[in-house]
Design a protein around this ligand. Structure first.
Ligand SMILES: NC(=O)c1ccc[n+]([C@@H]2O[C@H](COP(=O)([O-])OP(=O)(O)OC[C@H]3O[C@@H](n4cnc5c(N)ncnc54)[C@H](OP(=O)(O)O)[C@@H]3O)[C@@H](O)[C@H]2O)c1
Length: 252
């Protein structure tokens, strides 16, 4: 199976690549870093691309679509989280998060749809979030992007079924990944407080490899609790200070 996975350099996307490679599939891993991944079974091709650079994205997607004229699956994992009250975001930060978490995904899917249709049967997987089902304070922009992704997936599911493409939205709760670096909070240590990226990857792999007549519309998987610890803030460049008014141990 030929699969493109975005967010391949870290966290959930990287774990998805590793699972697919172990099963012998051909994987193209998209991220800004274009990090290589070793595999003794499947083949891995790193592909460097900034999905939030919307002005240049259509032109930069053309070679990706041209090199992979037929594609059995596309897994959209790239994304970021930024948290804080709305007034803590400047306009550029709002745009940046929406561009990466939603608009860049729409550009990517539009560009690769012909390749997915050519394969006859194909699977399109979005990694959403439980934040796409319920809005939470300090998450106005992040939740909005995940709600948008959910509507996008639902509409595409109807639009593409007659083309043999099934669309699945996988919505994890907290997963222990670098997503929380610089966020100012992280899931509390312990297996009950966070999923492992490989556990989400197992679900994604099952969705992609299920027989073609089965569609997993949406899958929610969450850790048993939602407890977080607040961490010394190490903001990434241009990142807001998150969670300024939250209390230790409080779910976010
Ligand atoms: N971790 C959680 O608790 C959690 C929970 C629910 C949903 N999610 C969702 O899961 C997805 C993956 O998150 P994660 O936890 O795996 O985070 P992560 O470890 O920080 O990985 C994010 C990935 O996205 C890529 N990326 C970021 N900005 C990009 C850009 N502008 N262009 C292209 N690629 C970009 C990163 O690669 P480069 O830096 O190399 O570009 C990296 O591979 C996100 O959509 C997130 O919203 C995460």
């Amino acid at each position: 199976m030929r699969v493109i996975v975005t967010g391949a350099s870290s966290g959930i996307g990287r774990a998805v690549c590793e699972h697919l490679l172990a099963a012998g599939h051909q994987v193209v891993g998209v991220s800004r870093r274009g990090s290589p991944l070793a595999s003794t079974t499947g083949t891995f091709h790193p592909w460097a691309l900034d999905l939030a650079d919307l002005p240049h994205l259509p032109a930069r997607l053309e070679p990706l679509a041209a090199v992979h004229p037929a594609l059995e699956a596309l897994v959209c994992c790239a994304g970021a989280g930024r948290f804080g009250g709305l007034e803590q975001f400047n306009h550029a930060q709002i745009r940046q998060l929406v561009d990466l978490n939603f608009t860049g995904q729409a550009f990517l899917v539009r560009s690769l749809l012909p390749a997915l249709k050519r394969a006859g049967h194909a699977t399109l997987v979005f990694v959403g979030s439980e934040a796409g089902r319920r809005g939470r304070r300090r998450g106005a922009i992040y939740c909005a992007t995940k709600f948008a992704l959910r509507g996008f997936a639902e509409a595409l599911r109807e639009e593409l079924a007659s083309s043999g493409i099934r669309v699945c939205l996988v919505n994890p709760g907290m997963v222990r990944t670098p997503f929380y670096d610089g966020a100012g909070f992280a899931p509390r240590p312990g297996a009950e407080h966070a999923l492992q990226p490989t556990e989400v990857a197992q679900v994604v792999t099952q969705v992609i490899t299920a027989r073609s007549g089965i569609v997993f519309d949406e899958v929610y998987l969450t850790p048993l609790t939602h407890a977080v610890d607040f961490t010394p803030s190490r903001p990434r460049p241009q990142e807001v200070d998150p969670c300024l008014d939250a209390k230790p141990g409080e779910a976010v």
